[in-house]
Design a protein around this ligand. Structure first.
Ligand code: SF4
Ligand code: FES
Length: 374
């Protein structure tokens, strides 16, 4: 067996040895933390991904040991392989930080300010990027793009205005289905995700496009508008599924299962199964198994401390705890003059209605319907 050739590469002053053929992004991920550039279109589990969004730009200040000249332009780290002796600057380069701010500004040109109503909020890579690099205001003076609505079927909701055209969902369908029925139609600023002649996405593995979408362009219709992710408790669970690995994360509130997703790693990508294969999950596990009794619960999922999801400190087996009284704490010990209970005041906060049992998305009509039928 031939010996593996290792290249020495330095990213932000940290040196590591990686096999020849490794990309700068993968080498930086091996170092970990903030040294790893953000990636909106690259997805290690999808062949051909990367090279679209430019969020992963880095500066190569030394090409290699043999040819130490710096690369003249910033390069996409997800598509550039390392050379022996290469030196790369990511967060230590002003040029990179400046360019990334520009890329984020472009990505946000047509992006609606949907975070308050978007199901992806709290786990959206674009939200994180704009928090770190985005400007407070837009300089854009033109109308934002609008699109004709396309119905992708009973499970997946498309919000084209949020799409950043990363192609991940297209590559996912290529990889997991025999016949892809959606893709990017048209070009330039007319480019959009659509199916040709209103087909629905119903392959048994197509739900995985929801997990790979870095923004809220593709969301789960069975979870839409039902809860904010930071109010849910992620639990690792599995079931004996004849179709997929059956290894999932359940997103619970109390004992109610609100959402089922594949397990994701620290880069937001699908985790591998113990057999070393990507842990894609089937539609049945994702959309139909919404009872705790359908699953063997393994335990709480570890969530990064930096994530807003980690801020929901729920205790107990799967249940929620009532937060401690904080009014007097934030009011310097004074009691409030008037306290209204949101459940009594608002018809969209009815504690007696189990949102996860509701077919489709929830809104005011759902609640009125339930109230009228009560
Ligand atoms: S819908 Fe999502 S995954 Fe598909 S191209 Fe748009 S942003 Fe990427
Ligand atoms: S992640 Fe490298 S170009 Fe998009």
């Amino acid at each position: 067996m031939s010996e593996q050739i290792l290249f020495k590469v330095t990213v932000d002053n940290i040196t590591i040895e990686v096999p020849a053929g490794t990309t700068i992004l993968q080498a930086a991920r091996q170092i970990g933390g903030a040294v790893a550039p953000p990636a909106m279109c690259y997805y290690s589990k999808l062949k051909g991904s990367g090279g679209k969004c430019r969020t992963c730009l880095v500066e190569v200040s030394k090409g290699s040991e043999k040819d130490p000249r710096p690369m003249p332009k910033l390069v996409a780290s997800c598509r550039t392989t390392v050379m022996d002796g290469m030196e790369v600057k990511n967060i230590t380069s002003e040029k990179v930080i400046d360019a990334r701010a520009g890329v984020v500004e472009f990505l946000l040109l047509n992006h609606p300010l949907d975070c308050p109503i978007c199901d992806q909020a709290g786990e959206c890579h674009l939200q994180d990027l704009s928090f770190e690099h985005g400007a407070a205001n837009t300089r854009y003076e033109f109308q934002r793009r609008t699109f004709k609505k396309h119905d992708l079927g009973k499970h997946i909701q498309l919000h084209m205005t949020r799409c950043i055209l990363c192609y991940r969902c297209v590559f996912t369908a290529d990889e997991l289905t025999n016949k892809r029925v959606h893709g990017i139609l048209d070009r330039g600023d007319h480019a959009e995700i659509a199916t040709h002649i209103e087909k629905s996405l119903d392959n048994e593995f197509i739900g995985n496009v929801i997990d790979v979408c870095p923004v809220g362009a593709l969301t789960d219709k069975t979870f839409r508008f039902k809860n904010r992710v930071w109010f849910l408790k992620p639990m690792d669970a599995h079931r004996d599924c004849p179709t997929c690995s059956g290894r999932v994360t359940l997103w619970n509130r109390g004992d109610e299962v609100y959402r089922v997703t594949a397990r994701k790693d620290e880069w937001g990508e699908i985790e591998d199964t113990p057999q070393g294969k990507p842990g894609w999950i089937c539609n049945t596990c994702r959309f139909d198994k919404k009872q705790s009794s359908d699953w063997v619960i393994e335990g709480p999922r570890a969530i990064s401390r930096q994530s807003v999801i980690a801020q929901g400190h729920y205790a107990g087996k799967v249940g929620t705890t009532i937060p401690k009284e904080t009014f007097s704490a934030i009011n310097d010990g004074r009691a409030p003059h008037l306290l209204m209970d949101i459940h009594n005041e608002s018809e969209v906060n009815q504690t007696n209605i189990h949102l996860s049992e509701n077919e489709g998305s929830s809104n005011g009509t759902t609640f009125n319907h339930n109230i009228n039928n009560a």
